[in-house]
Structure formats: structure tokens, C-alpha cells
Design a protein around this ligand. Structure first.
Ligand code: PGA
Length: 235
């Protein structure tokens, strides 16, 4: 059974793109392919009520408490949130989330039946010093339950400098090799980092790349539609 491809739109701190709620919106679910949007918290409920498959951009592992500004996984479960990003590099950078925090978030989400999309990836310095695999191995420690993995090299995010599909494939195969064999076959590993309508098909031709986490290009409905269409074609 081939793994169902997953194309995710990470809208970050932006409103939903124009036309997101139209009948033929590229952000809507479709058959044979999972399309998931990650709006800001204020737009999450609206998107879910409109029939989109939506996830949160982050969530805390604690159920409730004195964590001003934060939202717990338990709170996300209430309105029916299906996915949550865990450990996006911008959370790691701007909110100092550690691998331990991220593992706890993913475990809390999984326990509630929310699919964690675990974001991992090395910095430019780590790649240049030959430590990229060491980094992703560390980031995967303590993850002993099913997740979707998003491999997002930090140097490729929002820079317009995407990874080369062959290099990304090499890392995806390495990540898969770190998972227990049955789990490895099932786990969807997405690529993220400057994916656009021009480079999407090249990545999708690689056997271990199961879809994308798209940032910038997901805000452009035409570009996102082209990415979704590329993923809908299966050889
Ligand atoms: P980008 O962002 O596509 O703009 O590089 C990807 C991400 O941050 O998930």
C-alpha cells in the first residue's frame, strides 16, 4: 500500500489566503490525498467549521494552567483539531522549545488522537560541519509513537533556497531507517523549506518524500493549487 501523500499549508502568522473558503478552494480536502491547513489559532475554528482539515501550529503538553498565551493539546481536541505541528523551527527559535518540550507535546497530542507533525531539521552550520544526520537523530529521540515527520532544513525555510531533491531523499531515507521497520514503512515523511509550484514535482519523484509542509507558497492559492495537483498525480 503506498503511503497517502499529505500536503500541508503552514499559514504561520497570516490570515487565510483569498478564496480559501470557496467551493473549489485548493485548501479543501480531496480524495486520494490529504490536504491539511495550519491557520493561526484565531482562524482555526472557522476553517474547521468550513470543512477544511485543519491543524494547529503548536500546542502545550500540560492540560491547563498558568501559561499565558498558550493553548493545550487538550483544548485543541475539543473543537476537533486533527493535526498539530510540534517543534517547528520558528517555535524552537523564538520560543526556545527544546527537543524535550517537543517530544512531550507530540506525546500529549498522540494520546488525545491528534496527529503530531514533528518538525526536524539541521541548521546551515550543522550541515556544513557534517552533523546534519546527528541532529535529526537527536530530534527523533524519545519519539516512540506514530507521527508524521516534516524534514525541514532550517537553512531552506523561507529563504528561497530549497534542498536539492536528491539530498532531501537521502535524509528522508536516513530518517526512515531510524524508525522501526514496520513503522518506517507507514510513516509519512514530508519535506519543507521553500517548496513551490516549480520544484514540487522534483521532490515528489523521490521514493521517500511523501508530501510537503509548505509555508510561503501556501499563501498563494494558485501556487498551492499547483503543488496539490502535482501531488495528486501518482505514477
Ligand atoms: P517555506 O516555509 O515554505 O516558506 O520555506 C516552510 C515552513 O516553515 O514550514
Amino acid at each position: 500500500m503506498p503511503r497517502t501523500r499529505l500536503i500541508a499549508a503552514n499559514w504561520k502568522m497570516n490570515p487565510p489566503p483569498a478564496g480559501w473558503n470557496e467551493a473549489d478552494s485548493p485548501y479543501r480536502p480531496r480524495t486520494g490525498l490529504d490536504v491539511v491547513v495550519f491557520p493561526s489559532f484565531v482562524d482555526l475554528d472557522t476553517c474547521m467549521k468550513a470543512g477544511l482539515t485543519a491543524g494547529a501550529q503548536c500546542g502545550r503538553s500540560e492540560e491547563k494552567g498558568a501559561f499565558t498565551g498558550d493553548v493545550s493539546m487538550r483544548m485543541l481536541k475539543g473543537p476537533g483539531c486533527r493535526y498539530v505541528l510540534c517543534g517547528h523551527s520558528e517555535r524552537r527559535k523564538f520560543h526556545r522549545e527544546t527537543d524535550g518540550d517537543v517530544a512531550a507535546q507530540a506525546a500529549a497530542a498522540f494520546a488525545l488522537g491528534i496527529t503530531p507533525v514533528l518538525c526536524i531539521g539541521e541548521s546551515a552550520e550543522e550541515r556544513e560541519s557534517g552533523n546534519a544526520q546527528k541532529k535529526v537523530r537527536e530530534q527523533l529521540q524519545n519519539i516512540s509513537f506514530p507521527v508524521v515527520i516534516a524534514y525541514e532544513p532550517v537553512w531552506a525555510i523561507g529563504t528561497g533556497k530549497s534542498a536539492d531533491p536528491k539530498n532531501a531523499q537521502e535524509m528522508h531515507a536516513f530518517i526512515r531507517s531510524l524508525l522501526a521497520s514496520a513503522e518506517g514503512k507507514r510513516t509519512r515523511i514530508l519535506y519543507g523549506g521553500s517548496v513551490n509550484e516549480k520544484n514540487a514535482a522534483g521532490f515528489l519523484a523521490e521514493p521517500d518524500i511523501d508530501g510537503f509542509l509548505v509555508g510561503g507558497a501556501s499563501l498563494d492559492p494558485a501556487a498551492f493549487r499547483a503543488i496539490v495537483e502535482a501531488a495528486a498525480q501518482r505514477p
